[in-house]
Design a protein around this ligand. Sequence first.
Ligand code: NAG
Ligand code: NAG
Length: 363
Amino acid sequence: MKLSTYVVASAAAGATHASVVKRAIDDATILNYALTLEHLEATFYATGLKNFTQADFVNAGYADPFYANLQKVASDEAEHVTFLTTALQGAGAPATAACTYAFPVTDVNTFIATANILEGVGVSAYLGAAASIANKDYLTAAGSILTVEARHSSYLRAVAGEVPFAQPFDDPLDFNEVYTLASGFILSCPSSNPSLPVSAFPSLTVTSSGTISNGSTINLATSSTAKLPTTVYAAFVTVTGPVWATVTASSGGYTVTIPSGISGQSYLVLTSSNNTVSDDNIVAGPAIVEIGAKNGRLSTGCSGSSSSSSSSIPTPSSTPAGTGVMPSRTSSVSPQFTGGASFLQISVSLVGAAAAATVMLLA
Ligand SMILES: *[C@@H]1O[C@H](CO)[C@@H](O)[C@H](O)[C@H]1NC(C)=O
Ligand SMILES: *[C@@H]1O[C@H](CO)[C@@H](O)[C@H](O)[C@H]1NC(C)=O
């Protein structure tokens, strides 16, 4: 296998057309970006299967064959890690290693809710990255992972009582949007990991509870360290472009009315512009917003109980705030980024903790 080479703007050209000339993200970087997410998922399932037994799931109402299916999901994610690692090594590129994670899991229900979020974000991440992959073989390989992540997502959504396929089109997320969500689960990474040109926006989390529907009003909070402009706009990221929502500042955060046409696991960003959504104008988020009534949990077996599952969406345990090199959503063909930083520092402030840890991430 051969990785497409960096399309690197020369320093001279960059100096001459600093605002125009950009370099595309190369395939090795995209594979390492995907591998970063797969490590997160694989570790999540491996740890979850250590934390909870088959009996724990059955007792919580997730009767067999749920546990066997969960083991299959875990093994799929482990295989994805192996596949991407092997592909990178085969191409002579360094492969990123697993990080240290924190998951908001306290019981079987929060485990399944977190699994749902990770699978949904995985789908959106592969979808958003697809257009940037140069090598067609890699595109097909990434597509074959994407469809499996989508199957995991549908199954887990059904099991959790959510509509399995809530909308006709999935939402593509850009590199930094995904990284914002993923970094909430990442505590630290090996310093030997290859650098990724990604950074996290200030976190945005839904603070209201209960079912969220179109027309509902929800409350959101940003990380306490985020400095937002006086006027912000709110948009859901969709494949056909932003769907704008009415937003007002409220005490300690923002209130947003959910527009029509959005359903399922959806992604809300706050922006400084009401024209486009791009890395240049996202000021916080995405927040994950699950929109739509619950179906009632899918029976996972003949002895499935009807005990209700938690309806709350767990939030990452840390609020990332990042700066650095950002790919641009507005590029028509491939996400591009400006600037020449080779690594970035992400400040991670832990929710509920006074201490803020600065993590040299992916350096
Ligand atoms: C596993 O259990 C540990 C200890 O309670 C917890 O910190 C961690 O978040 C759990 N992880 C998963 C994926 O269940
Ligand atoms: C978009 O923002 C501009 C400038 O802040 C404002 O004049 C305009 O009314 C806004 N449009 C909408 C649809 O909110």
